[in-house]
Every structure is written in structure tokens, then in C-alpha cells.
Design a protein around this ligand. Structure first.
Ligand code: 5MM
Length: 346
């Protein structure tokens, strides 16, 4: 394993990613996901359209005022702006730390109908080494946990939680060995008709198992970020909760299951609207002022990008307006970290 110097460097990067009330821009959609979102917005699903869209995001003026790090994808980390500047260098010039999604996606878990395990450990050490050479300073791996029922069985199963949390810990250990800050993302999905209480119980169980696995695999928590879901009722639940209830449940769940040594927590948005995601983060800061042991921020994809994508529509003429929308969502989320966000339409 690494010596003290490398771990100090990791801790420095982890802290920089959550410093100054900034957060992360998740722009690590795999090609199938990016194409799905483009198709829904009537944008051609080509390499050039994906490149142009990522250039729009990365070159948004003053983005670095609110964004500390951007999560890229294998295709994107190798691309350049039209002017020939690599995306990695463009991010660095904007004061944004480049990162990379390194999982190879969630696949059906053998023996557990309806559940998935994220793949990508084989050859990961070599891939991480290459990404570090390309300029990445942190990495991200997402596991998905479904709540529901299959026949008589309640999901998630212990087997699914075990497999995913073990895999996340093995990934995190490899990242630290190579010198990349791991972001671990165990996402409890919003799909389903479950209550907020059920999401709370599953999130707490998953996080408790995750930190046991991280301990077992000798991962240093000071050099790691957690990217969890907020605690929410399922999208199909008739019982939806207030912003204050979501904020209270989410932070209470995290306080019970995440050690204070963790460098920071950066939420995924999971299908919430941009306004909902910012309002929830804002309420957490207002309701728990002075009681948060870790920096609490955002690492949104849809909740930060969607307005920009909708405006862009694949047209050069819309780039400036789309960038303004992205800037607005990024600064709104920074304001939410300060408890100063006021929801209004973009
Ligand atoms: C949950 O997804 C992550 C956060 O995005 P949201 O804020 O929209 O929930 C996101 O980083 C995700 O991991 C990437 O979009 C990659 O997704 P795929 O499914 O393409 O690997």
C-alpha cells in the first residue's frame, strides 16, 4: 500500500473537492445513458454531439466558482474542445479537478432476481493507472440497490447488499493504492412505492455494511468521499414528504451510519427535479447548522444538467443560454450549501 506522502496528497484532493461550499458536476453518463437523454431531447446520438455537449458544460463561464470537480467518462476524458484543448486541461484552467467514472455498469446478480451488482474490478488497477496518467485525480463507482418485492422476497436482499458493498470497498482500496480519491456511490433507487421510512432503513443498512467493508479492506476514510442518495419516499408512493422531513431523515440516517472521519458527503440527485434537490440540500444545512461532522454537498447529474440540455437542443445558437442555465443551477447548489437557496424556476 501507499506511503504517508501519497495518502496526504489524497486527503488534500478529497478536502479540495468539498471546500469553499462548492460541489461536483457529475457528467459521467455512459454512452447509452447520454444517448437516451439526447434522444428524449431530440438531439442526434453521435460522438460529435456528445463531445459538443460536454464542451458546452466544461467551458461554461465562471463554472469554477461553484464546481470543485467534474466526473468524466472514458469517452470524454480522451476528448478535446474545438480549439484543441483537452477536456482535462480545460477543466484545470477553470479551477475544476478532473475525475472519472470507472465502474462498468450494474449487471444482473446471479441467483437474485431483480437485483444487480456493479462490475469492473477485473483489470481495474491498470485502468486506474491510465486514468491517472490522463489527468484524473479522483474516481467514482456506483452501485444500485432496489427496494421492492420479488414473489415473497423483500428487496434488497442481504446477498445483493453484501456483493455491492464488498465490491465498492475493493474498488476504493485500489483507487487509494493508485493515488486517486475514491468516491463511493451506493444508490438506493427512488423507483417504487416504498415509504420514506423504508428508504431510511435500507439506506442505513447499506451504509453500515459499506463502512464495515471499507474498514475490512483497509480503506482510509479521510481520503474518500461518499455519494449517497437522499432519504426519500419512492416515486410511486402515495405518501410524499415535506422538504423539512426529507432533510431531517437524510441527515439523521447519515449521522447514524457514516463515520466523522469521512472527508465529505456529496449527494446524487436520483431523479429529483433541480429545485427539489437544491431545496433538500438547503434544508439540511438550515436544520443541522453546527451539527454536521462532514462537509455536505452535491454531486448531481440530472438535477444540475437537465435545464441546460433542454435549452441546448443540439444547436450552436443555444450554447450561451444553456451555459447560463448550468451556471444558475451550479450557483444555486452552492447557495444551498450555505442555507441561502430560494427555489425559483430557471
Ligand atoms: C445516480 O447517477 C449519478 C448521479 O446522477 P443523478 O444526480 O442524475 O442521480 C451519475 O453520476 C451516474 O452514475 C452517471 O450518470 C452514470 O450513469 P450510467 O448509468 O450511464 O453509468
Amino acid at each position: 500500500m501507499d506511503g504517508v506522502i501519497n495518502m496526504n496528497e489524497l486527503i488534500k484532493i478529497a478536502r479540495a473537492l468539498v471546500a469553499n461550499d462548492k460541489g461536483l458536476l457529475a457528467m459521467d453518463e455512459s454512452t447509452p445513458t447520454a444517448n437516451k437523454r439526447f434522444a428524449a431531447a431530440g438531439i442526434p446520438q453521435t460522438v460529435e454531439a456528445r463531445r459538443a455537449y460536454r464542451e458546452l458544460l466544461i467551458t461554461t463561464p465562471r463554472l469554477g466558482e461553484s464546481i470543485s470537480g467534474a466526473i468524466l467518462y472514458d469517452e470524454t476524458i480522451r476528448q478535446q474542445t474545438k480549439a484543441g484543448v483537452s477536456f482535462v486541461d480545460a477543466l484545470k484552467q477553470a479551477g475544476i479537478i478532473p475525475g472519472i467514472k470507472v465502474d462498468l455498469g450494474a449487471k444482473p446478480l446471479a441467483g437474485f432476481p431483480g437485483e444487480k451488482v456493479t462490475e469492473g474490478l477485473d483489470g481495474l488497477r491498470e485502468r486506474l493507472t491510465e486514468y491517472k496518467q490522463l489527468g484524473a485525480r479522483f474516481a467514482k463507482w456506483r452501485a444500485v440497490i432496489a427496494i421492492g418485492t420479488v414473489g415473497p422476497e423483500q428487496l434488497p436482499s442481504g446477498g445483493c447488499l453484501d456483493a455491492n458493498m464488498h465490491t465498492l470497498a475493493r474498488y476504493a482500496a485500489l483507487c487509494q493504492e493508485v493515488g486517486l480519491v475514491p468516491i463511493v456511490e451506493p444508490e438506493v433507487l427512488m423507483e417504487g412505492d416504498h415509504t420514506l421510512d423504508r428508504c431510511f432503513a435500507v439506506t442505513q443498512q447499506g451504509l453500515t455494511m459499506l463502512f464495515t467493508q471499507l474498514y475490512t479492506q483497509r480503506v482510509r476514510l479521510e481520503g474518500l468521499l461518499l455519494k449517497p442518495n437522499m432519504v426519500l419516499a419512492g416515486k410511486g408512493s402515495f405518501e410524499q414528504n415535506t422538504v423539512e422531513q426529507v432533510a431531517d431523515a437524510t441527515v439523521t440516517c447519515l449521522l447514524r451510519s457514516v463515520p466523522p472521519a469521512v472527508a465529505g458527503i456529496a449527494f446524487l440527485s436520483g431523479g429529483q427535479s433541480p429545485e427539489q434537490a437544491s431545496s433538500h440540500l438547503n434544508a439540511m444545512h438550515n436544520q443541522f447548522t453546527g451539527r454536521l461532522p462532514w462537509p455536505l454537498t452535491f454531486s448531481f447529474a440530472r438535477a444540475i444538467q437537465q435545464p441546460a440540455l433542454d435549452i441546448w437542443k443540439g444547436q450552436d445558437a443555444n450554447v450561451a443560454a444553456a451555459q447560463q442555465a448550468l451556471f444558475y443551477r451550479a450557483s444555486s447548489n452552492r447557495a444551498a450549501r450555505q442555507g441561502q437557496y430560494q427555489a425559483k424556476r430557471t
